[in-house]
Design a protein around this ligand. Structure first.
Ligand SMILES: C[S@@+](CC[C@H](N)C(=O)[O-])C[C@H]1O[C@@H](n2cnc3c(N)ncnc32)[C@H](O)[C@@H]1O
Length: 229
C-alpha cells in the first residue's frame, strides 16, 4: 500500500531544504560523504560501459562522482523537482536525462540498466519492497543495485557519540541554516527507526536478487549494500 503521507512529507522536506542541501550535507559530515560515495562506486565495480540510473539522485553528488569515476551513461531520478533543478544547474550533461519520479514506480522498460544507485535515499522511500522489485525489473541480468545508507553503529562508544551528534548537534545546525523546523529532526528519527525496522539485505533477497553483499564503512556509520540480479 502506498504511504501517501510519507511521500508528501519527504517531498516537502527536500523541496524546502534543497537550496541548502549541498552545503549542509558536506558541512555536517565534514566532507566524508565524498569518500563514502566514491567507495560505493568502487565496490560496485562500475566502468565506462555501465548504464547507470541514480535514484533519489537529489542534487546529483552521487551521479557526479560516478561520472568522475569514468561512468559515461548516467540517468537520474528523484521525487523532488527542486533537488533535480539544482542538479541540472550544477552540470549540463544530466539535462534531458533526469526526471521527476518515485523509486516505487519507474517509467523505464525492463532490462534497461546495468546499475542502479541510491545514496542516502532508501530510508526515505515510502515502500522499499516495491522500489526493490522495480529495481529488479529495470536491471539487466547480473545488473547491480547499490544502496549507500546510514546505520546505527554497533560499537557503544561510537554509537553514543553518533546519537549525541545526530540528536542534538545536527538538528540545531540544520534548523538554523536551512530554516526548516522539521527536516533535521526528521533525519535522526528516520535513521533510528530505519535501523530497528529495516533489513535491506533481506528485502533485496525477497525481491528476487540472487546475490547480496553488505559492507560497513567508517566505524559502521554507513553501510553499502550491493545486490546482483
Ligand atoms: C538525502 S537526499 C540524497 C541525495 C543524493 N543521493 C546524495 O547522495 O546527496 C535523499 C533524496 O531522496 C529523494 N527521495 C525520497 N523518497 C523518494 C522516492 N520514494 N523516490 C525517489 N526519490 C526519493 C529526496 O527527494 C531526496 O532528494
Amino acid at each position: 500500500m502506498e504511504d501517501t503521507n510519507k511521500k508528501i512529507q519527504v517531498r516537502r522536506i527536500f523541496d524546502s531544504i534543497s537550496h541548502r542541501y549541498d552545503f549542509l550535507n558536506h558541512f555536517l559530515s565534514a566532507g566524508i560523504d565524498f569518500y563514502w560515495r566514491k567507495k560505493a562506486i568502487k565496490l560496485s565495480k562500475m566502468n565506462k560501459d555501465s548504464v547507470l540510473l541514480d535514484l533519489a539522485c537529489g542534487t546529483g553528488d552521487f551521479a557526479i562522482t560516478a561520472k568522475n569515476s569514468g561512468v559515461q551513461k548516467i540517468f537520474g531520478g528523484d521525487l523532488s523537482f527542486k533537488m533535480l533543478s539544482l542538479f541540472g544547474k550544477k552540470v549540463d550533461w544530466i539535462n534531458g536525462k533526469m526526471l521527476e519520479t518515485v523509486a516505487e514506480h519507474l517509467p523505464f522498460h525492463s532490462n534497461s540498466f546495468s546499475n542502479i544507485t541510491v545514496a542516502f535515499g532508501v530510508r526515505n522511500f515510502y515502500d522499499i519492497p516495491s522500489a526493490f522489485t522495480e529495481f529488479h525489473r529495470v536491471l539487466v541480468n547480473q545488473g547491480k543495485a547499490t544502496v549507500l545508507e546510514f546505520r546505527l553503529p554497533e560499537n557503544k562508544i561510537v554509537r553514543n557519540f553518533y546519537m549525541f551528534y545526530f540528536n542534538k548537534i545536527l538538528p540545531l545546525i540544520g534548523r538554523i541554516i536551512s530554516k526548516d523546523q522539521e527536516a533535521y529532526t526528521y533525519l535522526p528519527e528516520s535513521v533510528g527507526e530505519f535501523d530497528k525496522k529495516v533489513d535491506i539485505v533481506k528485502i533485496f533477497t525477497e525481491c528476487g536478487f540472487a546475490k547480496v553483499n553488505k559492507h560497513s564503512l567508517t566505524f559502521g556509520l554507513v553501510q553499502v549494500v550491493i545486490a546482483e540480479k
